[in-house]
Design a protein around this ligand. Structure first.
Ligand code: UD1
Ligand code: M6R
Length: 374
């Protein structure tokens, strides 16, 4: 049931604070400041023996893996690679004992992801599932895993599942870090504390990000006639740019590309002109000076003085003072948790672009919710 919402996509976007809360529910031990994941506890010895991690998924689930890559690497010390399931089965990387292969899937029944899982199982890698659907194929074929508890997701366009996948991956990283330090008789790192605080306050931060919806709708009206748009981010925000571009193209049919801002001068800058809206994911993190430079590079090649076609998603009000009209404000959280908050405005932007262009949000053409053939 859609309740008071016009579409399932809208409903599911607005359900995100509650969905994140469900993912965290009874897994966060606030007194001991630790995460307890029943789904991986029994396999902790094997998890701690791993050296490499592959995060495997398709579409949005792949982007959740991209988002978590650096956090897992920094917190747990593994070498971490996120990889598209289709690419994994095309390239058949050397994996085996000592490797952890994590299969991320809302439905738990995506054909490419299952084929990659079957290969990893055959190679005797430790297989871990991050799924929403209890009893699904990926749940059944993995050695262990975590249910993300997002609740039923009806819209083809995945939103709340993405948020819960990211939360679950961060919880796994925290859980492993805690156990590593416990066994070494060491206290947890500062980064652990920061990310722990970041995820327990995430439901509130998501609610605050949703408060910008009306403003985002106004921005969508201004750029809805575009036939192409670029979403740019760097560092922790690159995966968000990729995910945002996927949302936009999937429901609004505007060609959208998620670009690493550091790559602009290596090709994409040639596309920058007044006709193409630019969306920058530019939170106040360690990459901010470089993002300011990327924005300046692009605006220098545009003539629209009102800068209506330049959208900035940020937790830094300095952009408004700098004369940008389309600034979407997000709450400030730790830079490694920020991608979860920055993604919300892009989901809303995609939704409103679709509505403005008059398409069916919940049934994008040519797509199915669950892709059960390769
Ligand atoms: C259970 C509840 C969860 C609740 C939590 C805390 C269910 C299904 N789970 O989760 O809703 O938030 O208690 O009260 O009711 N597994 C796999 N592969 C996967 C996913 C899971 O093998 O892809 C396995 C796990 O290893 C575990 C079992 O399924 O053995 C259940 O996993 P999960 O639901 O995440 O465990 P809990 O955290 O105990
Ligand atoms: O069920 P899965 O998470 O395995 O699905 C993977 C992709 O098909 C899915 O995320 C797809 O990219 C979404 N429609 C994006 O919104």
């Amino acid at each position: 049931k859609k309740g008071s919402h016009r579409t399932f996509m809208e409903k599911e976007i607005f359900e995100q604070p509650g969905a994140a809360q469900s993912a965290l529910f009874s897994r966060v031990d606030s007194n001991q400041r630790r995460i307890r994941l029943g789904g991986i506890a029994e396999h902790m010895d094997e998890l701690l023996q791993c050296r490499r991690v592959f995060l495997v998924g398709c579409g949005t689930s792949y982007h959740a893996g991209m988002m978590a890559e650096t956090v897992i690497e920094r917190l747990c010390g593994y070498s971490v690679t996120s990889v598209l399931a289709s690419h994994f089965i095309d390239c058949l990387p050397h994996v085996g004992p000592g490797d952890m292969c994590v299969f991320i899937s809302q439905s738990g029944s995506t054909a490419d992801t299952i084929a990659a899982l079957e290969y990893a199982n055959k190679c005797d890698a430790l297989t871990v599932g991050i799924v929403n659907t209890v009893g699904s194929s990926i749940y059944r074929q993995t050695d262990c895993g975590v249910h993300i508890n997002a609740g039923y997701e009806a819209s083809v366009c995945s939103t709340k599942a993405y948020t819960c996948q990211c939360v679950s991956l961060l919880m796994i990283a925290l859980c492993i870090h805690f156990e590593q330090r416990l066994r070494q008789n060491q206290p947890v790192s500062d980064l652990y504390d920061e990310i722990f605080d970041g995820i327990i306050t995430l439901p509130d931060a998501l609610s605050e990000a949703l408060d910008e919806s009306k403003h985002i709708h106004e921005i969508a009206k201004k750029i809805s006639a575009a036939s192409s748009c670029l979403v740019l981010g760097r560092g922790f925000s690159y995966s968000v740019a990729r995910e945002g571009a996927l949302k936009i193209k999937e429901v609004s049919y505007i060609h959208a590309e998620g670009i690493a801002a550091g790559e602009l001068k290596h090709g994409t800058l040639a596309l920058v002109c007044d006709d193409i809206p630019l969306v920058f994911v530019a939170p106040c993190d360690r990459y901010m000076p470089k993002m300011q430079n990327a924005v300046a590079q692009c605006t220098a090649r545009r003539t629209d003085k009102a800068k209506d076609g330049v959208v900035i998603i940020t937790d830094d009000t300095a952009w408004v003072s700098a004369g940008f009209k389309s600034v979407i404000k997000t709450p400030r959280v730790h830079e490694m948790v920020q991608p979860l908050v920055s993604c919300v405005p892009l989901q809303l932007l995609a939704l409103y672009l679709c509505e403005e262009r008059g398409f069916d949000v919940d049934k994008p053409r040519n797509l199915a919710k669950s892709v059960t053939v390769e």
